[in-house]
Design a binder for this molecule. Structure first.
Ligand SMILES: Cc1cc2nc3c(=O)[nH]c(=O)nc-3n(C[C@H](O)[C@H](O)[C@H](O)COP(=O)(O)O)c2cc1C
Length: 355
């Protein structure tokens, strides 16, 4: 088997073209991100809601606690991986998005990956740190065109790469409406070649495309590289590792999922999410009025739970799950969850992925 190529994003080069996707809340923290970076991939800390379960959180200071906890997490990751390529994932939909991006850039992060909305102002927030690579997450060529045009016009710069997330397979919030899911127009086979063509014919610059959603093994990596991608972003597979920052019960829940347990549930963000079936997800789908809606942090720009008393409070649901309450929390997962047979060290998983 041929050796996988290195991945260059902006000024940063990882020996292998594998990015570990940011997974909130506290599923991908310093421990997972640094282990991936040390194994030759790119490790991503999810910046969302880190303050909640931190020593800084005291009721009304959620955003300040997030900021301080993010600094801690970046410092911890850098200590564990002095030479590795490390990034954060920040959601545009979060009210402290700008603060988290500025904080990460000031704290020496290499990369900022940003989705759950269109990151139109990302270059402005990172303007003082030109070495920080900026990577939007998109699901359609249309979104990439909007970002390229706006960034060029306003900031005279282009993204350093794009993560193209396939809503038919990825875990977490999905960049498509529920009724659009299943359409082959969203698949990598359609979107990646079209995007590569757009960059070469209209933008006149090669921007690396990173494929995300349902990537499980070396065969999947080879397939998307042959479509024109320069790398992959993998989330779910990294959950069943020793270094994943979630509680062991969360990892074991992933281990024991069956294909029919992977379902779509509503979220207060207004995007569907791919999750593992549990008591919480069933209630969310049924619209159970008793799910916790009390707003504890005012964390989202638009929140159906806070604004319309629909769905549920997502940070409490994600935090509960990450801390091991696997029946009463929300467990995001990609379409191929449940294939892992055991929890393994990241180095072992990376070896399997590259061989
Ligand atoms: C548990 C979990 C949490 C996630 N949290 C986030 C997040 O906070 N922000 C984000 O942009 N993507 C998030 N994602 C998406 C991942 O970063 C990644 O793109 C996706 O999982 C890729 O699909 P895969 O799981 O099939 O590999 C999450 C995914 C999972 C499984």
């Amino acid at each position: 088997m041929t050796k996988l190529p290195a991945l260059r994003i902006g000024k940063h080069i990882a020996p292998y073209p594998i990015i570990q996707g940011g997974m909130g809340i506290r599923i991908s923290g310093a421990k997972l991100a640094s282990a991936v970076a040390n194994a030759g991939g790119i490790g991503i800390i999810s910046a969302i809601g880190l303050g909640l379960n931190s020593p800084y959180f005291r009721k009304r200071n959620f955003f300040e606690a997030n900021r301080l906890a993010l600094i801690d997490e970046i410092q911890k990751a850098r200590k564990l991986s002095p030479q590795g390529v490390l990034g954060i994932n920040a959601m545009v939909a979060a009210r402290d998005y700008e603060t988290l991006v500025r904080t990460a850039a000031e704290s020496g992060i290499n990369l900022i990956i940003s989705g759950a909305g269109i990151p139109l102002k990302l270059p402005e927030y990172a303007a003082n740190h030109p070495d920080v690579a900026l990577v939007p997450i998109i699901s359609s060529v249309r979104a990439a065109k909007i970002i390229c045009r706006k960034w060029e016009k306003r900031y005279d710069r282009l993204p350093d790469a794009f993560v193209v997330e396939n809503p038919n397979q990825a875990g977490g919030h999905l960049g498509a409406k529920s009724h659009e899911l299943g359409s082959s127009a969203l698949n990598a086979e359609q979107v990646i070649p079209e995007l590569v063509r757009y960059f070469s014919s209209e933008v006149g610059q090669e921007i690396p495309v990173i494929a995300a959603g349902g990537i499980w093994d070396r065969g999947d990596i080879d397939r998307v590289l042959s479509l024109g991608a320069k790398g992959v972003q993998i989330g779910t597979r990294f959950i069943t590792t020793d270094e994943c920052d979630a509680d062991r019960r969360y990892k074991e829940f992933h281990l024991h999922a069956s294909p029919e347990d992977i379902i779509i549930a509503p979220s207060p963000v207004g995007m569907p999410g791919r999750v593992i079936r549990n008591s919480f997800a069933e209630k969310a789908i049924a619209g159970d009025p008793n799910l916790e809606k009390r707003c504890i942090a005012n964390c989202l720009e638009v929140c159906k739970s806070r604004d319309r008393k629909e769905t549920y409070c997502i940070i409490q649901a994600l935090d509960k799950a990450a801390r091991g309450d696997v029946e009463n929390g929300l467990i995001f997962a990609g379409s191929r969850a449940g294939r892992a047979e055991k929890i393994v060290p990241v180095a072992e998983l990376m070896q399997e992925l590259i061989c």
